[in-house]
Design a binder for this molecule. Structure first.
Ligand code: URA
Length: 430
């Protein structure tokens, strides 16, 4: 029996082309018909371009998100004895915050289900970082994940292909049609995966600055508002924090070196910016989950977050005491004059780390866990001629030239530091 389709894709294309609104039924049909292959890629491309140019009202964005959630499975955490809370970052250079954050929040008795991805391009993927730990396993069954949430509280694992499959298909299309940057499409894409995951509350780390996916502050803020609106409208307590990605976060950019730095933070040390963002996001996650009047930083100082980390890594087959991989070759860059480190631009440092092997250009490429960059100083530091500024690490010294090319002009020694704005700029509460 042939299915009678309730709408015609061409009519919907024309509505969006002319700046109109699609009804809830039209959005639901469009996503379903595209997922099952009835609406063709070229028709969906026309719609995504029309959305890029004309936008969507918040009701349409909510409908689009719901339709993508409905395209796949939903996880069910209702059997857990703990409240769930999650975090999502729009990604940045040296952004290892999930590593200390998930065990820190879990150490207060909450469940943190972090379904993560692998990196593509200059921003690293959380799974790539964890996979530097010998034995650690990213693929868990839903039952394993739920059991670990109950016992340990924190899980970081690969998002299964069953969650929001329509988003995956649509994202691949956007990627090749110049429509990735549309806020309604970005926001529905991010939130469909989080809503399908089924967390009760969510904190979004929306980055702005040259190393961020959305560099312009006002655009990042607009994205944050739309994300928070979708979450709260769907019944998930959602908050966004706008954080600065003009300078790499922390001192380590890569995979194994970012794990090392995260362990330092869990041991009560580490760079101030990583500690501040970790503690701030943890406070918001705890607050949304109803855990108030706790001293978040105490659990970094007293070893409780470290205990959670060790339990989390071990539960997934990793050895928290294992030696992390070290690169075969290093190249050190030093100051050519006395002065103050005026700036270090995040994006070129991200590109350089990627060229050293820390990131991948194609989905199927492996990453070199030991490759990356270790900064010896951050903007504001006084240096003398000959002091180390940063060290590049790679398994093949032939990679250094292209990494150095990316870093040409990316940092500067001057008289004083260039003001890059606050690390934590604003909180969007919805
Ligand atoms: N991340 C996502 O998951 N989707 C987007 O569209 C952009 C960033």
């Amino acid at each position: 029996m042939t299915t009678i389709e309730p709408f015609d894709a061409v009519d919907l294309i024309k509505i969006k082309r002319d700046g109109g609104e699609l009804t809830s039924a039209q959005v639901a049909w469009l996503v379903d018909a595209y997922t099952r292959g009835y609406v063709a890629d070229e028709q969906m491309s026309a719609i995504t371009m029309a959305i890029f140019l004309r936008g969507m009202v918040s009701r349409e964005i909510n409908d689009l998100t719901a339709a993508m959630v409905n395209s796949g499975e939903r996880l069910d955490f209702s059997g857990l004895s703990k409240k769930t809370t999650d975090k999502h970052s729009t990604g940045g250079v040296g952004d290892k915050i999930t590593l200390p954050l998930a065990p820190l929040v879990a150490s207060f008795g909450l469940a943190v289900p972090q379904l993560s991805g692998r990196g593509l391009g200059h921003t690293g993927g959380t799974l790539d970082k964890f996979e530097s730990i010998p034995g650690w396993r990213a693929n868990l069954t839903n039952e394993e994940m739920i059991a670990q949430l109950e016992s340990v509280g924190a899980v970081v694992c690969a998002a299964g292909s069953g969650l929001a499959p329509a988003d995956r298909k649509l994202y691949s299309l956007r990627d090749i049609t110049g429509t990735v940057e549309a806020i309604p499409l970005i926001a529905s894409s991010i939130m469909s995966k989080k809503l399908a995951e089924g967390t009760a509350s969510l904190v979004l780390d929306v980055k702005f600055g040259n190393g961020a996916f959305m560099s312009d502050y006002e655009r990042a803020k607009e994205l944050a508002n739309v994300l928070v609106g979708i979450g709260n409208d769907a019944g998930v307590a959602t908050r966004a924090v706008l954080t600065n990605m003009n300078t790499p976060l922390g001192l380590a950019i890569g995979n194994a070196n970012e794990v090392r730095e995260s362990v330092e933070v869990l041991a009560g040390g580490g760079p101030d910016d990583v500690i501040d963002i970790t503690a701030t996001l943890a406070e918001h996650m705890l607050d949304l989950a109803g855990v108030t009047s706790v001293a978040v930083r105490d659990h970094l100082a007293n070893g409780k977050a470290m205990d959670s980390w060790r339990a989390m890594v071990s539960a997934q087959g990793g050895d928290p005491d294992a030696k992390l991989p070290v690169a075969r070759e290093t190249h050190t860059v030093t100051a050519d004059r006395d002065g103050v480190v005026a700036r270090m631009d995040a994006l070129p440092f991200g590109i350089a780390a990627w060229r050293l092997g820390a990131g991948r250009a194609r989905k199927e490429d492996p990453v070199v866990h030991a490759a990356g960059i270790d900064l010896a100083v951050k903007p504001g530091a006084s240096v003398k001629k000959g002091d180390v500024i940063f060290t590049l690490s790679a398994n093949d010294s032939a990679r250094f030239d292209r990494a150095l090319e990316a870093l040409d002009g990316a940092w500067e020694i001057g008289e004083s530091v260039v003001d890059q704005g606050p690390l934590i700029a604003e909180v969007i509460n919805g």
